[in-house]
Design a protein around this ligand. Structure first.
Ligand SMILES: [Fe+2]
Length: 522
């Protein structure tokens, strides 16, 4: 070691000559040396300087060597203390060891012996410090790893929670929520089977209404008891039923991490969880998760996810119900306007309703989706709502309309679409309302759309609308002859109407379905 980098030694003795000898000798060996003539002075030196080891006499005025050793041990146990005494006694020796003294030198002290001691205690000190640092480093690493693990877990938890929330928020039908709930159960808690039971408390009945299972779970989960439905393997199992009703009664989630064979669970179920689902503190049902094929076991965190999902599903159902309620209320209000328009003209009574029914029958026959049928239902009921702005003398005028009057009538699809646009709902429905007087050959109004440019549902609505108009009595004429009606309908294929839709209409008309529909609506 370079002499300049050697450690600092503190010598404490009330004999000045000893301090002088030690200072001269150890400085010449490259050490930095401080001296003090008693314990008190030594402490002052230590406050102001970094000390690597201390050699002290025992008997000194003010503060002796034993007190000093104790002070050092209490304040910095990395500084080794070596005691130098001329009168070693057993008591002294025991006391010095108690005070953390690491070596004992007997006066008169040989300098070489002293140097040997310095080298030894400093070597030990370096090892001690190195060890301490290493331990701290290892502890630090372990702490860091734990923090990292905690962070990853939190992150994963957050991702799961986020996915659950966005998945539920994206749903538009409250009936979809329960299916989504059981699907998420299989995904996030790795359940083989997830099932939601509606609870009929009055009849002590559980009704499994949504369930999901992972691939291969079906065969392993095969376990039916007498009279059980095919829907879900354990829906009628008395043990499962009992646990469900325990959860209903206690109003608390339940976790059976490991089926220990005590008989409270069917033996095919390895791990099991249940949580109640409540909407506005009223119980709707119970969500369950089963593991029956793998060795995985549910834990507390899985139970937390299960309860969280049930809560989010409850909120999603509540807000959807609210939305559906508002939506239906609004539709009912607007339909009341349509009825008011129809009431102005007794001949058009129930027109919108009949048009809707015929349109829906056509849409079904054309394999339109349920979403398209929903759109058509709203558009059909509201298609003539724009007539609200047209004066009675034009709307109800018997006989032919003048060119100006007809151009006013032609405004009603635009006014209707604008009314729906202002509500911010029903964008697709709005386009159907606007397009219900377009003609397949591009000569209709208001946008002169042609062929496939006209939305399919508007083309369907147009067939139903024209048929009902000519097949019922009007202010200015009676119901047309059937031959005339069919001439207009069938003859309009490719000019006024989409020929494919007329084909379907012809089939429905000839089978008597159209007549049946209009008779039912009247
Ligand atoms: Fe119309």
């Amino acid at each position: 070691m370079n002499p300049a980098t050697k450690e600092t030694i503190l010598f404490v003795d009330d004999e000045e000559s000893i301090l002088d000898i030690a200072r001269t000798y150890f400085q010449s060996r490259g050490y930095k040396v401080h001296t003090a003539s008693n314990g008190r002075e030594a402490i002052d030196v230590m406050w102001n300087n970094r000390i690597d080891c201390c050699f002290t006499d025992i008997n000194m005025p003010e503060m002796d060597g034993l007190e000093l050793a104790e002070y050092i041990r209490n304040h910095d146990n990395t500084v080794p203390v070596v005691v130098m005494t001329g009168y070693p006694s057993l008591d002294n020796t025991i006391q010095t060891l108690k005070n953390g003294v690491v070596d004992f030198l007997i006066k008169p002290i040989n300098l070489r012996q002293m140097e040997f001691s310095v080298e030894r205690v400093l070597r030990e000190r370096r090892l001690f410090i190195e060890n301490m640092l290493l331990t701290k480093e290892v502890e630090g690493k372990a702490r860091l790893e734990k923090l990292n693990k905690d962070l990853l877990e939190k992150n994963e938890e957050l991702n799961v929670v986020n996915r659950i929330m966005t998945d539920f928020a994206a749903l538009r039908e409250s009936t979809d929520v329960l299916k989504q709930l059981v699907d998420l159960t299989a995904e996030f808690v790795q359940a083989d089977v997830g099932c939601f039971y509606l609870i009929n408390e009055a009849a002590d009945q559980t009704i499994p209404i949504a369930y999901t299972k992972t691939d291969g779970a079906e065969n392993i989960c095969k376990h039916k008891v007498d009279g059980e439905s095919d829907l879900f393997p354990w829906s009628g199992d008395p043990k499962v039923q009992k646990l469900i009703f325990d959860v209903v009664k206690d109003d608390q989630p339940l976790l059976i991490s490991h089926n220990n064979g005590s008989g409270c669970l069917p033996e095919q179920i390895n791990s099991f969880m249940l949580t109640p689902l409540k909407i506005r503190s009223k119980l709707l049902g119970v969500l369950s998760a089963f593991i029956c094929k793998s060795d995985v076991r549910f834990n507390e965190k899985d139970l937390y996810y299960l309860s969280f999902m049930a809560n989010k599903a409850a909120s999603a159902m509540e807000s959807l119900a609210l939305y559906e309620n508002i939506y239906n209320n609004l539709l009912a209000t607007l339909y009341a306007f349509v009825k008011a328009i129809e009431a102005r003209d007794p001949y058009t009574k129930q027109h919108s309703n009949r048009v809707t029914q015929i349109s829906l029958a056509l849409a079904k026959a054309m394999n339109c989706t349920t979403e398209e049928q929903d759109i058509l239902n709203v558009a059909g009921l509201l298609h003539d709502i724009g007539k609200i702005g047209i004066r009675d003398e034009i709307l109800l005028k018997p006989g032919r309309l003048s060119r100006d009057e007809f151009s006013i009538i032609q405004q009603h699809p635009i006014i209707g679409a604008d009314i729906m646009d202002n509500l911010g709902l029903w964008h697709r429905e709005k386009m159907i309302v606007r397009g219900h007087h377009e003609r397949f050959d591009g000569t209709g109004y208001p946008d002169k759309l042609k062929g496939q440019e006209i939305p399919l549902l508007a083309r369907i609505l147009s067939v139903a609308d024209v048929y009902d108009a000519i097949a019922s009595d009007r202010a200015y004429r009676k119901r047309m002859e059937e031959s005339k009606i069919l001439e207009i309908m069938y003859g309009g294929a490719g000019t006024q109407f989409d020929p494919d839709i007329i084909d379907i209409f012809r089939r429905m008309y000839e089978s008597g379905e159209v007549a049946k529909l209009t008779a039912e609506t009247d």
